[in-house]
Design a protein around this ligand. Structure first.
Ligand code: 6GU
Length: 242
């Protein structure tokens, strides 16, 4: 898979993937990441990428020309047409389903917004989707782009050492993950649950499933209400009310 990023802070994104799971995927040739400097597509003595908003108001707006030029250059840099995504707090929420969808595209282009916003004509002319990573304000789309690259990168076949890991991740089935424990069995007076040390794989599976269900119901009612629960899930929840 290939991911291109268009940003005024290209080093920020490049440096983030020098190590870790995605860094190794890049080294191993499973993912090609190319980060482009938006300023290289801006004209004039000052190579301005932003300007004052029409209608007045605080802050600056990203100009459309440099972004359009950048997107055109990036499209022409490889054969496949990229899925073009603008990172903006006004976008639809990026979730595991979107990560899965993006990972099945052969090419992804992430456009990082900055300042107070991006000229709306960019969305009209060269963006397929707008996404946000959550309901809080960040200074720009670079950190959201990194989050998208990480979430998408780990879904590329072969990137995780163990292909079962991705399937077992939280959210893959719409629920939060169960609690995890490792050695020592007792730490600071707190024991790991006996069932996890019992060697009874079926009992472990049921305990984990019940924990995931209870946690999700308690912490993320929104996910819980949307989750498709099996007969077994309903039984586990029933027994947990005692
Ligand atoms: Cl995509 N951009 C910015 N600037 N802030 C955000 C965001 C994106 N997602 C959540 N907050």
């Amino acid at each position: 898979m290939r991911i291109d990023v268009l940003s005024v802070l290209p080093r920020m994104v490049e440096d983030a993937f020098r190590e870790g799971v995605v860094g190794r995927a890049i080294e191993g040739g499973l993912l090609e990441l190319k980060v482009w400097n938006l300023r290289d597509f801006a004209e004039g003595k000052y190579q301005q990428t932003d300007d004052a908003p029409f209608g007045g108001g605080a802050g600056m707006v990203m100009k459309p020309e440099p972004i359009l030029k950048g997107v055109r250059a990036i499209r022409e840099d490889a054969d496949a047409e990229p899925l073009k995504v603008l990172l903006t707090p006004q976008g639809r929420l990026f979730d595991q389903a979107a990560a899965g969808r993006f990972s099945r595209a052969s090419r992804l282009l992430l456009i990082c917004g900055r300042y107070e916003g991006v000229d709306e004509r960019v969305s009209e002319l060269c963006v397929d989707e707008e996404v946000s990573i959550g309901d809080y304000v960040l200074s720009g789309g670079e950190i959201p782009a990194m989050a998208v690259i990480d979430a998408v990168g780990r879904l590329i076949p072969g990137v995780l050492g163990n292909d079962a890991s991705a399937a077992q991740d939280s959210f893959t089935d719409g629920l939060l993950d169960h609690p995890h424990y490792t050695r020592p069995a007792e730490f600071e007076g707190i024991r790991a649950p006996d069932v996890l040390l019992s060697g009874d794989h079926e009992a472990v599976r049921l305990w984990r499933r019940r924990q995931a269900l209870e946690r999700t119901r308690e912490r993320r009612k929104d996910l819980f209400d949307r989750a498709e629960l099996s007969e077994e899930d309903l039984r586990l929840l029933e027994s947990s009310r005692d």
